[in-house]
Design a protein around this ligand. Structure first.
Ligand code: AMP
Length: 491
Protein backbone atom coordinates (compact mmCIF):
# COMPACT_ATOMS: atom_id res chain seq x y z
CA UNK A 1 0.00 0.00 0.00
CA UNK A 2 1.12 3.48 -0.65
CA UNK A 3 2.79 5.07 2.31
CA UNK A 4 1.74 8.59 3.13
CA UNK A 5 2.86 10.93 5.87
CA UNK A 6 0.13 9.45 8.05
CA UNK A 7 1.03 7.06 10.73
CA UNK A 8 -0.80 4.86 13.16
CA UNK A 9 0.56 7.13 15.92
CA UNK A 10 -2.19 9.65 15.31
CA UNK A 11 -5.01 7.14 15.74
CA UNK A 12 -4.75 6.73 19.52
CA UNK A 13 -4.68 2.99 19.42
CA UNK A 14 -3.80 1.11 22.60
CA UNK A 15 -0.31 -0.42 22.85
CA UNK A 16 -1.61 -3.99 22.51
CA UNK A 17 -3.00 -3.14 19.06
CA UNK A 18 0.02 -1.06 18.05
CA UNK A 19 2.20 -4.02 18.85
CA UNK A 20 0.13 -6.39 16.70
CA UNK A 21 0.07 -3.92 13.81
CA UNK A 22 3.83 -3.52 13.99
CA UNK A 23 4.24 -7.28 14.00
CA UNK A 24 2.15 -7.39 10.82
CA UNK A 25 4.53 -4.90 9.26
CA UNK A 26 1.89 -2.19 8.78
CA UNK A 27 3.51 1.21 8.91
CA UNK A 28 0.81 3.51 7.65
CA UNK A 29 -2.95 3.32 7.90
CA UNK A 30 -4.83 3.06 4.62
CA UNK A 31 -7.30 5.87 3.81
CA UNK A 32 -10.31 3.92 5.07
CA UNK A 33 -8.44 3.19 8.30
CA UNK A 34 -7.44 6.82 8.81
CA UNK A 35 -11.02 7.93 8.39
CA UNK A 36 -13.03 5.11 9.92
CA UNK A 37 -11.00 4.26 13.04
CA UNK A 38 -11.68 7.59 14.86
CA UNK A 39 -15.39 7.37 14.02
CA UNK A 40 -15.72 3.85 15.39
CA UNK A 41 -13.63 4.66 18.47
CA UNK A 42 -16.00 7.53 19.07
CA UNK A 43 -18.94 5.14 19.19
CA UNK A 44 -20.65 6.57 16.11
CA UNK A 45 -22.46 4.61 13.41
CA UNK A 46 -20.57 4.32 10.15
CA UNK A 47 -21.55 3.88 6.53
CA UNK A 48 -18.37 2.80 4.77
CA UNK A 49 -18.15 2.61 1.01
CA UNK A 50 -15.04 0.56 0.43
CA UNK A 51 -14.00 -2.58 -1.34
CA UNK A 52 -12.11 -5.54 -0.03
CA UNK A 53 -8.43 -4.81 -0.47
CA UNK A 54 -8.62 -1.29 0.89
CA UNK A 55 -7.78 -2.43 4.43
CA UNK A 56 -11.37 -2.17 5.57
CA UNK A 57 -11.19 -5.19 7.88
CA UNK A 58 -8.60 -3.51 10.08
CA UNK A 59 -10.62 -0.29 9.76
CA UNK A 60 -13.38 -1.89 11.83
CA UNK A 61 -11.49 -4.66 13.65
CA UNK A 62 -8.94 -2.39 15.33
CA UNK A 63 -11.38 0.10 16.89
CA UNK A 64 -13.77 -2.71 17.86
CA UNK A 65 -10.95 -4.58 19.62
CA UNK A 66 -9.97 -1.35 21.33
CA UNK A 67 -13.48 -0.61 22.54
CA UNK A 68 -13.95 -4.14 23.83
CA UNK A 69 -10.56 -4.08 25.56
CA UNK A 70 -11.29 -0.81 27.27
CA UNK A 71 -14.81 -1.80 28.29
CA UNK A 72 -13.42 -5.01 29.80
CA UNK A 73 -15.66 -7.80 31.02
CA UNK A 74 -13.91 -10.38 28.89
CA UNK A 75 -11.43 -11.42 31.53
CA UNK A 76 -13.62 -13.42 33.87
CA UNK A 77 -16.56 -15.75 33.79
CA UNK A 78 -18.55 -16.80 30.78
CA UNK A 79 -18.34 -14.25 28.01
CA UNK A 80 -21.37 -12.96 26.20
CA UNK A 81 -21.13 -12.05 22.53
CA UNK A 82 -20.63 -8.28 22.39
CA UNK A 83 -19.81 -7.78 18.75
CA UNK A 84 -21.45 -9.46 15.76
CA UNK A 85 -20.00 -9.27 12.27
CA UNK A 86 -22.15 -10.55 9.46
CA UNK A 87 -20.53 -11.26 6.12
CA UNK A 88 -21.87 -13.06 3.04
CA UNK A 89 -19.39 -15.85 2.40
CA UNK A 90 -17.47 -18.39 4.35
CA UNK A 91 -14.17 -17.18 2.87
CA UNK A 92 -14.77 -13.64 4.01
CA UNK A 93 -15.88 -14.87 7.43
CA UNK A 94 -12.71 -16.90 7.83
CA UNK A 95 -10.55 -13.98 6.72
CA UNK A 96 -12.23 -11.59 9.13
CA UNK A 97 -11.80 -14.09 11.94
CA UNK A 98 -8.12 -14.39 11.08
CA UNK A 99 -7.81 -10.62 11.19
CA UNK A 100 -9.45 -10.41 14.63
CA UNK A 101 -7.15 -13.15 15.87
CA UNK A 102 -4.09 -11.41 14.45
CA UNK A 103 -4.85 -7.86 15.52
CA UNK A 104 -6.32 -8.95 18.84
CA UNK A 105 -3.56 -11.34 19.86
CA UNK A 106 -2.34 -9.14 22.72
CA UNK A 107 -5.77 -8.04 23.92
CA UNK A 108 -7.33 -11.17 25.39
CA UNK A 109 -10.44 -10.61 23.27
CA UNK A 110 -11.78 -13.92 22.03
CA UNK A 111 -13.51 -14.37 18.69
CA UNK A 112 -14.97 -17.24 16.72
CA UNK A 113 -16.52 -17.82 13.32
CA UNK A 114 -19.62 -19.71 12.22
CA UNK A 115 -20.61 -20.53 8.65
CA UNK A 116 -22.72 -23.08 6.85
CA UNK A 117 -21.82 -26.14 4.81
CA UNK A 118 -19.86 -27.85 7.58
CA UNK A 119 -20.80 -29.60 10.79
CA UNK A 120 -21.81 -27.17 13.47
CA UNK A 121 -20.20 -29.11 16.31
CA UNK A 122 -16.87 -27.30 16.61
CA UNK A 123 -18.72 -24.01 16.18
CA UNK A 124 -21.17 -24.72 18.98
CA UNK A 125 -18.32 -25.93 21.21
CA UNK A 126 -16.49 -22.64 20.69
CA UNK A 127 -19.70 -20.73 21.39
CA UNK A 128 -20.24 -22.66 24.61
CA UNK A 129 -16.76 -21.66 25.80
CA UNK A 130 -17.82 -18.04 25.37
CA UNK A 131 -16.62 -15.43 22.87
CA UNK A 132 -16.56 -11.65 22.71
CA UNK A 133 -16.71 -11.35 18.92
CA UNK A 134 -18.72 -13.53 16.58
CA UNK A 135 -18.17 -13.52 12.83
CA UNK A 136 -21.00 -15.24 10.97
CA UNK A 137 -22.64 -15.87 7.65
CA UNK A 138 -26.39 -15.17 7.88
CA UNK A 139 -27.81 -18.67 7.30
CA UNK A 140 -25.75 -20.45 9.94
CA UNK A 141 -26.19 -17.56 12.34
CA UNK A 142 -29.99 -17.78 12.17
CA UNK A 143 -29.81 -21.55 12.41
CA UNK A 144 -27.71 -21.46 15.58
CA UNK A 145 -29.86 -18.69 17.00
CA UNK A 146 -32.88 -20.91 16.39
CA UNK A 147 -31.19 -23.74 18.26
CA UNK A 148 -30.42 -21.47 21.19
CA UNK A 149 -26.63 -21.47 20.81
CA UNK A 150 -26.43 -17.76 20.01
CA UNK A 151 -28.10 -14.88 21.81
CA UNK A 152 -27.77 -11.36 20.54
CA UNK A 153 -28.99 -9.60 23.71
CA UNK A 154 -25.55 -8.28 24.66
CA UNK A 155 -24.45 -7.05 21.26
CA UNK A 156 -23.13 -3.52 21.51
CA UNK A 157 -21.45 -3.36 18.09
CA UNK A 158 -22.91 -4.81 14.90
CA UNK A 159 -21.08 -4.87 11.56
CA UNK A 160 -22.73 -5.67 8.26
CA UNK A 161 -19.91 -6.36 5.85
CA UNK A 162 -20.15 -6.46 2.05
CA UNK A 163 -23.78 -5.42 2.31
CA UNK A 164 -24.28 -5.07 -1.44
CA UNK A 165 -23.09 -8.58 -1.99
CA UNK A 166 -25.39 -9.81 0.76
CA UNK A 167 -28.35 -8.39 -1.11
CA UNK A 168 -27.11 -9.80 -4.41
CA UNK A 169 -27.01 -13.20 -2.78
CA UNK A 170 -30.59 -12.93 -1.62
CA UNK A 171 -29.88 -12.48 2.08
CA UNK A 172 -32.03 -9.41 2.59
CA UNK A 173 -34.72 -11.16 4.65
CA UNK A 174 -32.16 -12.91 6.80
CA UNK A 175 -30.42 -9.62 7.45
CA UNK A 176 -33.65 -8.00 8.49
CA UNK A 177 -34.42 -10.92 10.82
CA UNK A 178 -30.99 -10.62 12.42
CA UNK A 179 -31.26 -6.85 12.84
CA UNK A 180 -34.67 -7.28 14.48
CA UNK A 181 -33.03 -9.41 17.22
CA UNK A 182 -30.31 -6.87 18.04
CA UNK A 183 -30.62 -4.58 21.04
CA UNK A 184 -31.90 -1.10 20.13
CA UNK A 185 -28.97 0.54 21.82
CA UNK A 186 -25.93 -0.41 19.84
CA UNK A 187 -23.33 0.90 17.45
CA UNK A 188 -23.77 -0.22 13.84
CA UNK A 189 -21.33 -0.23 10.95
CA UNK A 190 -22.23 -1.01 7.37
CA UNK A 191 -19.68 -1.64 4.65
CA UNK A 192 -20.52 -1.90 1.00
CA UNK A 193 -18.44 -1.66 -2.17
CA UNK A 194 -21.26 0.05 -4.02
CA UNK A 195 -24.27 2.06 -3.03
CA UNK A 196 -27.37 1.03 -4.99
CA UNK A 197 -30.75 2.30 -3.69
CA UNK A 198 -31.52 -0.89 -1.78
CA UNK A 199 -28.31 -0.44 0.22
CA UNK A 200 -29.24 3.14 0.98
CA UNK A 201 -32.63 2.04 2.25
CA UNK A 202 -31.11 -0.78 4.30
CA UNK A 203 -28.63 1.69 5.77
CA UNK A 204 -31.33 4.15 6.71
CA UNK A 205 -33.28 1.34 8.36
CA UNK A 206 -30.61 0.41 10.87
CA UNK A 207 -27.92 3.09 11.07
CA UNK A 208 -28.43 6.10 13.31
CA UNK A 209 -26.91 9.38 12.11
CA UNK A 210 -24.06 7.51 10.45
CA UNK A 211 -20.79 9.11 9.43
CA UNK A 212 -20.22 8.33 5.81
CA UNK A 213 -16.71 7.36 4.76
CA UNK A 214 -16.01 6.62 1.14
CA UNK A 215 -12.77 5.51 -0.42
CA UNK A 216 -12.44 5.23 -4.13
CA UNK A 217 -9.30 3.60 -5.36
CA UNK A 218 -7.29 5.90 -7.55
CA UNK A 219 -7.08 4.68 -11.06
CA UNK A 220 -4.53 4.04 -13.71
CA UNK A 221 -6.02 3.89 -17.16
CA UNK A 222 -5.71 0.37 -18.43
CA UNK A 223 -4.86 1.56 -21.92
CA UNK A 224 -1.44 2.93 -20.99
CA UNK A 225 -0.30 -0.62 -20.44
CA UNK A 226 0.92 -2.62 -23.44
CA UNK A 227 -0.80 -5.94 -23.11
CA UNK A 228 -0.39 -9.14 -25.03
CA UNK A 229 -1.13 -12.82 -24.74
CA UNK A 230 0.98 -15.91 -25.38
CA UNK A 231 -0.82 -19.14 -26.21
CA UNK A 232 1.26 -21.81 -24.58
CA UNK A 233 0.66 -25.25 -23.17
CA UNK A 234 0.73 -25.68 -19.44
CA UNK A 235 4.01 -27.58 -19.26
CA UNK A 236 5.76 -25.07 -21.47
CA UNK A 237 4.87 -22.05 -19.40
CA UNK A 238 8.02 -22.30 -17.31
CA UNK A 239 10.18 -22.54 -20.43
CA UNK A 240 8.43 -19.57 -21.96
CA UNK A 241 8.91 -17.58 -18.76
CA UNK A 242 12.63 -18.35 -18.68
CA UNK A 243 12.85 -17.45 -22.36
CA UNK A 244 11.22 -14.07 -21.78
CA UNK A 245 13.23 -13.32 -18.67
CA UNK A 246 16.51 -14.01 -20.43
CA UNK A 247 15.92 -10.79 -22.30
CA UNK A 248 17.66 -8.12 -20.27
CA UNK A 249 15.17 -5.56 -21.45
CA UNK A 250 12.90 -7.02 -18.79
CA UNK A 251 14.15 -4.76 -16.03
CA UNK A 252 11.82 -5.98 -13.32
CA UNK A 253 9.01 -8.49 -13.52
CA UNK A 254 6.21 -9.30 -11.14
CA UNK A 255 4.95 -12.77 -12.05
CA UNK A 256 1.54 -13.89 -10.83
CA UNK A 257 0.67 -17.46 -10.07
CA UNK A 258 -2.64 -18.69 -8.80
CA UNK A 259 -1.36 -20.67 -5.84
CA UNK A 260 1.42 -20.51 -3.29
CA UNK A 261 2.73 -23.90 -4.44
CA UNK A 262 2.71 -22.62 -8.00
CA UNK A 263 4.80 -19.63 -6.95
CA UNK A 264 7.40 -21.85 -5.27
CA UNK A 265 7.50 -24.15 -8.29
CA UNK A 266 8.15 -21.26 -10.65
CA UNK A 267 11.03 -20.06 -8.47
CA UNK A 268 12.60 -23.53 -8.60
CA UNK A 269 12.15 -23.85 -12.35
CA UNK A 270 13.68 -20.44 -12.93
CA UNK A 271 16.64 -21.22 -10.69
CA UNK A 272 17.21 -24.36 -12.75
CA UNK A 273 17.24 -22.13 -15.84
CA UNK A 274 19.81 -19.88 -14.17
CA UNK A 275 17.43 -17.04 -13.30
CA UNK A 276 17.22 -15.80 -9.74
CA UNK A 277 13.74 -15.17 -8.48
CA UNK A 278 12.00 -14.97 -5.16
CA UNK A 279 8.46 -15.83 -4.19
CA UNK A 280 6.23 -13.83 -1.93
CA UNK A 281 3.13 -15.42 -0.51
CA UNK A 282 1.17 -16.04 2.63
CA UNK A 283 3.17 -19.11 3.72
CA UNK A 284 6.30 -17.04 4.13
CA UNK A 285 6.98 -15.22 7.34
CA UNK A 286 6.43 -11.49 7.36
CA UNK A 287 10.21 -11.04 7.52
CA UNK A 288 10.86 -13.29 4.55
CA UNK A 289 8.19 -11.46 2.56
CA UNK A 290 9.60 -8.10 3.45
CA UNK A 291 13.10 -9.23 2.53
CA UNK A 292 11.95 -10.52 -0.86
CA UNK A 293 10.09 -7.29 -1.47
CA UNK A 294 13.04 -5.11 -0.45
CA UNK A 295 15.38 -7.12 -2.68
CA UNK A 296 12.99 -6.62 -5.54
CA UNK A 297 12.48 -2.94 -4.94
CA UNK A 298 16.20 -2.33 -4.70
CA UNK A 299 16.77 -4.18 -7.95
CA UNK A 300 18.74 -6.94 -6.23
CA UNK A 301 16.21 -9.49 -7.48
CA UNK A 302 14.78 -8.90 -10.90
CA UNK A 303 11.90 -11.31 -10.69
CA UNK A 304 9.29 -11.59 -7.97
CA UNK A 305 6.68 -14.34 -8.06
CA UNK A 306 3.51 -13.55 -6.18
CA UNK A 307 0.00 -14.73 -5.54
CA UNK A 308 -2.75 -12.16 -5.76
CA UNK A 309 -3.22 -11.89 -2.05
CA UNK A 310 0.49 -11.49 -1.35
CA UNK A 311 0.77 -8.81 -4.00
CA UNK A 312 -1.87 -6.67 -2.35
CA UNK A 313 0.51 -4.66 -0.28
CA UNK A 314 3.04 -4.30 -3.05
CA UNK A 315 3.60 -0.84 -4.33
CA UNK A 316 6.47 -0.56 -6.74
CA UNK A 317 6.79 2.57 -8.77
CA UNK A 318 9.11 1.35 -11.46
CA UNK A 319 7.93 -2.07 -12.40
CA UNK A 320 8.51 -2.79 -16.07
CA UNK A 321 6.61 -6.04 -16.56
CA UNK A 322 3.67 -7.86 -15.08
CA UNK A 323 3.50 -11.46 -16.24
CA UNK A 324 0.37 -13.52 -15.72
CA UNK A 325 1.89 -16.98 -15.50
CA UNK A 326 -1.59 -18.21 -14.61
CA UNK A 327 -4.54 -16.35 -15.98
CA UNK A 328 -6.76 -14.98 -13.23
CA UNK A 329 -10.13 -16.66 -13.04
CA UNK A 330 -11.91 -13.44 -12.26
CA UNK A 331 -11.52 -10.86 -15.00
CA UNK A 332 -11.28 -7.89 -12.66
CA UNK A 333 -8.22 -9.44 -11.05
CA UNK A 334 -6.46 -9.11 -14.40
CA UNK A 335 -7.07 -5.40 -14.36
CA UNK A 336 -5.78 -5.11 -10.79
CA UNK A 337 -2.71 -7.18 -11.57
CA UNK A 338 -1.61 -5.29 -14.64
CA UNK A 339 -2.16 -2.02 -12.78
CA UNK A 340 1.05 -2.84 -10.88
CA UNK A 341 2.95 -1.68 -13.92
CA UNK A 342 2.41 1.55 -15.84
CA UNK A 343 2.78 3.56 -12.66
CA UNK A 344 4.33 6.90 -12.06
CA UNK A 345 3.56 8.05 -15.55
CA UNK A 346 5.57 5.19 -17.01
CA UNK A 347 4.30 2.89 -19.67
CA UNK A 348 4.23 -0.73 -18.61
CA UNK A 349 4.06 -4.13 -20.22
CA UNK A 350 1.68 -6.90 -19.24
CA UNK A 351 2.19 -10.37 -20.69
CA UNK A 352 -0.36 -13.10 -20.19
CA UNK A 353 0.23 -16.82 -20.65
CA UNK A 354 -2.87 -18.69 -21.70
CA UNK A 355 -3.07 -22.47 -21.88
CA UNK A 356 -5.86 -24.43 -23.51
CA UNK A 357 -7.85 -24.66 -20.26
CA UNK A 358 -7.65 -20.95 -19.60
CA UNK A 359 -9.16 -19.66 -22.79
CA UNK A 360 -12.59 -18.95 -21.40
CA UNK A 361 -10.97 -16.78 -18.73
CA UNK A 362 -9.15 -14.88 -21.45
CA UNK A 363 -12.46 -14.25 -23.16
CA UNK A 364 -13.88 -12.85 -19.94
CA UNK A 365 -10.91 -10.52 -19.64
CA UNK A 366 -11.24 -9.33 -23.20
CA UNK A 367 -14.89 -8.65 -22.66
CA UNK A 368 -14.14 -6.65 -19.53
CA UNK A 369 -11.41 -4.52 -21.07
CA UNK A 370 -13.41 -4.12 -24.26
CA UNK A 371 -10.96 -5.48 -26.76
CA UNK A 372 -8.95 -8.49 -27.82
CA UNK A 373 -5.42 -8.78 -26.49
CA UNK A 374 -2.76 -8.84 -29.21
CA UNK A 375 -1.37 -12.35 -29.62
CA UNK A 376 2.38 -12.87 -29.66
CA UNK A 377 2.89 -15.39 -32.45
CA UNK A 378 6.65 -15.43 -32.53
CA UNK A 379 7.84 -17.51 -29.63
CA UNK A 380 9.31 -20.97 -29.40
CA UNK A 381 6.59 -22.51 -27.22
CA UNK A 382 3.45 -21.81 -29.21
CA UNK A 383 0.53 -23.97 -28.25
CA UNK A 384 -0.47 -26.55 -30.80
CA UNK A 385 -4.05 -26.67 -29.52
CA UNK A 386 -6.22 -25.02 -32.19
CA UNK A 387 -7.51 -21.61 -31.31
CA UNK A 388 -10.84 -22.04 -33.06
CA UNK A 389 -12.81 -21.58 -29.88
CA UNK A 390 -10.73 -18.66 -28.91
CA UNK A 391 -11.44 -16.30 -31.72
CA UNK A 392 -15.19 -16.10 -32.07
CA UNK A 393 -16.72 -13.68 -34.48
CA UNK A 394 -17.24 -10.28 -32.92
CA UNK A 395 -20.90 -10.69 -32.26
CA UNK A 396 -20.22 -14.00 -30.55
CA UNK A 397 -17.56 -12.67 -28.27
CA UNK A 398 -19.65 -13.09 -25.23
CA UNK A 399 -17.77 -14.96 -22.57
CA UNK A 400 -19.46 -18.07 -21.41
CA UNK A 401 -20.75 -17.61 -17.93
CA UNK A 402 -18.66 -19.69 -15.64
CA UNK A 403 -20.81 -21.89 -13.50
CA UNK A 404 -21.44 -20.10 -10.29
CA UNK A 405 -22.71 -21.57 -7.11
CA UNK A 406 -25.74 -19.44 -6.52
CA UNK A 407 -27.91 -19.36 -3.48
CA UNK A 408 -31.06 -21.39 -3.86
CA UNK A 409 -33.30 -18.39 -3.67
CA UNK A 410 -32.68 -16.13 -6.60
CA UNK A 411 -31.35 -12.69 -5.87
CA UNK A 412 -33.99 -10.06 -5.77
CA UNK A 413 -32.28 -7.95 -8.29
CA UNK A 414 -29.81 -8.43 -11.05
CA UNK A 415 -26.54 -9.64 -9.58
CA UNK A 416 -23.51 -7.50 -10.04
CA UNK A 417 -20.44 -8.87 -11.54
CA UNK A 418 -18.58 -10.32 -8.59
CA UNK A 419 -15.15 -8.88 -8.27
CA UNK A 420 -13.93 -9.90 -4.93
CA UNK A 421 -12.98 -13.47 -5.19
CA UNK A 422 -14.37 -16.54 -6.69
CA UNK A 423 -17.17 -16.91 -4.22
CA UNK A 424 -18.24 -20.15 -2.76
CA UNK A 425 -21.58 -18.81 -1.87
CA UNK A 426 -23.06 -20.13 1.21
CA UNK A 427 -26.28 -21.87 0.28
CA UNK A 428 -29.17 -19.67 1.16
CA UNK A 429 -31.05 -22.28 3.12
CA UNK A 430 -28.57 -24.38 4.89
CA UNK A 431 -29.58 -27.92 5.46
CA UNK A 432 -29.19 -29.30 8.90
CA UNK A 433 -25.84 -30.91 8.51
CA UNK A 434 -25.59 -34.65 8.57
CA UNK A 435 -23.50 -35.81 11.47
CA UNK A 436 -20.08 -36.13 9.94
CA UNK A 437 -16.57 -36.15 11.24
CA UNK A 438 -15.71 -32.82 12.75
CA UNK A 439 -12.93 -31.05 10.89
CA UNK A 440 -10.08 -30.48 13.30
CA UNK A 441 -8.86 -27.34 11.71
CA UNK A 442 -9.94 -24.82 9.18
CA UNK A 443 -10.21 -26.03 5.59
CA UNK A 444 -6.88 -26.46 3.92
CA UNK A 445 -6.41 -23.41 1.79
CA UNK A 446 -3.70 -24.32 -0.62
CA UNK A 447 -3.47 -25.24 -3.49
CA UNK A 448 -6.86 -23.58 -3.78
CA UNK A 449 -6.38 -20.20 -5.44
CA UNK A 450 -5.89 -17.43 -2.97
CA UNK A 451 -8.79 -15.04 -2.83
CA UNK A 452 -8.72 -12.28 -5.32
CA UNK A 453 -8.06 -8.92 -3.86
CA UNK A 454 -9.94 -5.93 -4.92
CA UNK A 455 -8.06 -2.81 -5.65
CA UNK A 456 -5.78 -1.04 -3.27
CA UNK A 457 -5.80 2.70 -3.32
CA UNK A 458 -2.66 3.91 -4.82
CA UNK A 459 -1.16 7.21 -5.72
CA UNK A 460 0.10 7.84 -9.21
CA UNK A 461 2.72 10.23 -10.25
CA UNK A 462 2.25 11.50 -13.75
CA UNK A 463 5.05 13.96 -13.64
CA UNK A 464 7.63 11.71 -15.13
CA UNK A 465 8.15 10.96 -18.77
CA UNK A 466 7.27 7.52 -19.95
CA UNK A 467 10.32 5.48 -20.71
CA UNK A 468 10.59 2.33 -22.73
CA UNK A 469 10.69 -1.02 -20.96
CA UNK A 470 12.02 -3.60 -23.31
CA UNK A 471 10.59 -4.90 -26.50
CA UNK A 472 6.94 -4.64 -27.30
CA UNK A 473 5.38 -7.75 -28.66
CA UNK A 474 5.87 -7.92 -32.40
CA UNK A 475 2.25 -7.66 -33.31
CA UNK A 476 1.36 -5.17 -30.65
CA UNK A 477 -1.35 -2.96 -32.05
CA UNK A 478 -1.57 0.72 -31.29
CA UNK A 479 -3.29 1.46 -28.02
CA UNK A 480 -3.86 5.10 -28.71
CA UNK A 481 -6.84 4.22 -30.83
CA UNK A 482 -8.63 2.49 -28.02
CA UNK A 483 -11.75 4.03 -26.65
CA UNK A 484 -10.85 5.62 -23.33
CA UNK A 485 -14.19 6.14 -21.72
CA UNK A 486 -15.91 3.26 -20.07
CA UNK A 487 -12.84 1.10 -19.90
CA UNK A 488 -12.04 -0.38 -16.56
CA UNK A 489 -9.41 1.42 -14.63
CA UNK A 490 -6.90 -0.27 -12.48
CA UNK A 491 -5.94 0.62 -9.02
P1 AMP B 1 -8.80 -5.93 3.51
O1 AMP B 1 -9.29 -4.84 2.61
O2 AMP B 1 -9.24 -5.74 4.90
O3 AMP B 1 -9.13 -7.29 2.96
O4 AMP B 1 -7.21 -5.84 3.58
C1 AMP B 1 -6.41 -6.06 2.46
C2 AMP B 1 -5.00 -6.43 2.82
O5 AMP B 1 -4.28 -5.29 3.25
C3 AMP B 1 -4.85 -7.47 3.93
O6 AMP B 1 -3.95 -8.45 3.46
C4 AMP B 1 -4.25 -6.72 5.07
O7 AMP B 1 -3.36 -7.54 5.79
C5 AMP B 1 -3.51 -5.60 4.41
N1 AMP B 1 -3.49 -4.35 5.20
C6 AMP B 1 -4.51 -3.81 5.88
N2 AMP B 1 -4.13 -2.66 6.44
C7 AMP B 1 -2.85 -2.45 6.10
C8 AMP B 1 -1.90 -1.42 6.36
N3 AMP B 1 -2.22 -0.36 7.08
N4 AMP B 1 -0.66 -1.55 5.86
C9 AMP B 1 -0.35 -2.62 5.11
N5 AMP B 1 -1.18 -3.63 4.80
C10 AMP B 1 -2.43 -3.55 5.29
Amino acid sequence: MTMTSNSFDTLNLIPQLRKAIAEEGYETPTPIQTRAIPVVLDGKDLFGIAQTGTGKTAAFALPILQRLSIEGGHERGRRAIKTLICTPTRELAVQIHESFTTYGRHTGIRSTVVYGGVSQLSQTEALKRGVDVLIATPGRLLDLMGQGYIKLDNISIFVLDEADRMLDMGFVHDIRKIIAKLPEKRQSLLFSATMPPDIVSLASAFLTAPVRVEVTPQATPVEVIAQSVYFVEKNDKRHLLAHILKDEAVVSALVFTRTKHGADRVVKDLLRAGITAQAIHGNKSQNARQRALNDFKSGHTRVLIATDIAARGIDIDELSHVINFDIPEVAETYVHRIGRTGRAGLSGIALTFCDADERSYLRDIQKLIGRALPVVEEHPFRSTVPLTNMEPRREERKPERRPERRPERRPEHKPRNEHHQKPQHEPKKEQRPEPKPEPKSEPKRDPKPEPTPASTPERRRDDRRPKPHGPRPKDDRPFGKQKRDGLPRVG
